[in-house]
Design a protein around this ligand. Structure first.
Ligand code: ATP
Ligand code: MG
Length: 407
């Protein structure tokens, strides 16, 4: 699967962007705050209708504008797709696949899969359990429709149960409805645990290999799925997990009513991560943490490939900083399969890896690397800074150059 072309209108700091991508490696180069992450964000959004960093959709619309659009030509499952998303402040977003409106973000995931790694992913290891549950949920929702359904059922029942318990002191009769929500949470919870346990088994294997290789064989990554204490084997059939969840609910019913909190269920699941047998959350260095988070993401890509026989896009945002030479080499080796977009502030680290896309003030200059180093320099009309290697009068991705600078 791959994305061949992307067009953005009023998306973040892009007024109008048209860019094409190579089917293998694309190096997105630019100084800080030029729009590299925004570009990757647009692609993640196209693959799931979810932004990895925006809290509200309207954040994606350029400041001072009321609507934006993201369009892409993609190739997946042996055919071409035109993917379109239109966002407008105060209105429902529109998603079209080959001009046909669709309702769910998962319809986009069926076409385009993407694994995105960014500096904030350190939190995957460092933060509380919610970050690791989100990692499992995001990955599994892309892969298993049954999981996505169970997760949404579980959240709905959990919210009802939480409200009932919270308000039960004032309205004790609410407690009569609790068994219904316990039943629903056990049914959907069993499906969630069943899939998470299998996902973590694969994660343990693939992330273990990636971490070992990345650290030059010096470090062992440990990954252990942690769920409700009565589940003796999370890899057991769903019916067994269901029975054991019901037992846990029964043993915690009194405590839940007393504390007026929902204490039983996979909403407290976690993945215990160790490096060299030591708790990674508490003791790992910045570089080790980043390696472990990267290993998780690379493992996610392998699991995706194993389940669907398709290779998702790999979007690596600022991945090289804080990694030593061995670890950087490992990352650069990983980007030789499938389509990859990797951002970087220092292009010399990634020369010769693939097509270069130079980003500058929300505009794009493609294939800068193909120009001869002795080519002329020009002054950018927008920021008044020197740019390089463009023919006089030529427009590169919308950038206009006013005059040639003799050097
Ligand atoms: P870095 O190398 O520092 O990570 P970057 O190239 O990845 O930089 P981006 O995160 O893509 O930079 O952000 C580029 C610019 O986009 C920032 O200056 C940011 O303020 C701006 N920006 C973010 N959201 C919007 C928006 N909704 N409208 C206009 N500009 C925005
Ligand atoms: Mg960035």
């Amino acid at each position: 699967m791959r994305i061949d072309a992307l067009a953005l209108r009023n998306f973040r700091n892009y007024d109008a962007l048209n860019v094409t991508f190579a089917p293998d490696c694309n190096v997105i180069v630019g100084e800080n705050a030029q729009g590299k992450t925004n570009l990757l964000e647009a692609i993640v959004y196209l693959s799931s209708a979810r932004s990895p960093r925006a809290r509200a959709e309207k954040e994606l619309i350029s400041f001072g504008k009321s609507e934006c659009s993201i369009k892409a030509n993609a190739f997946a499952r042996n055919r071409d797709f035109l993917l379109e998303i239109a966002l407008a402040a105060g209105r429902r977003r529109k998603i079209l696949i080959n001009k046909v409106p669709v309702k769910k973000g998962s319809d986009l995931s069926d076409v385009l899969g993407a694994v995105y790694f960014c500096p904030e992913d350190l939190l995957l290891i460092r933060d509380g359990a919610a970050a690791r549950r989100k990692f499992m949920d995001d990955a599994l929702c892309q892969l298993r429709a049954r999981y996505a359904q169970a997760l949404s059922d579980y959240h709905r029942a959990y919210e009802h149960k939480t409200r009932i318990l919270r308000d039960s002191e004032e309205y004790p009769s609410l407690l009569d409805t609790l068994p219904e929500f316990d039943l629903r949470m056990a049914q959907s919870g069993a499906v969630i645990i069943y899939y998470r346990a299998r996902f973590c088994e694969r994660l343990k294997e693939y992330a273990g290999i990636a971490h070992r290789e990345c650290s030059g064989g010096r470090e062992e990554l440990g990954v252990e799925y942690q769920t409700v204490s009565t589940i003796s084997d999370p890899l057991a059939p769903i019916e067994t997990i269901y029975d054991q969840l019901r037992a846990h609910q029964a043993s915690h019913a009194a405590a839940e009513r007393a504390s007026r909190m929902c204490l039983s269920g996979p909403h407290k699941d976690d993945i215990a991560v160790t490096i060299g047998g030591v708790n990674a959350r508490q003791f790992s260095s910045q570089g080790q943490t980043r390696t472990a988070a990267l290993a998780f993401k690379l493992a996610e890509r392998e699991i995706y490939r194993e389940i669907t026989s398709r290779t998702p896009l790999l979007l690596l945002d600022d991945v090289l900083s804080e990694l030593d030479g061995t670890r950087q080499d490992f990352v650069l080796n990983q980007i030789r399969t499938g389509q990859v977009l990797i951002t970087c502030c220092e292009p010399e680290k990634l020369t010769g890896l693939g097509q270069t896309v130079q980003i500058h003030g929300g505009q794009v200059m493609q294939d800068v690397s193909c120009f001869a180093p002795e080519a002329d320099f020009y002054l950018c009309t927008q920021c008044d800074r020197f740019s390089f290697a463009l023919e006089l009068g030529r427009e590169a991705g919308g950038l206009a150059y006013s005059r040639k600078i003799e050097i």
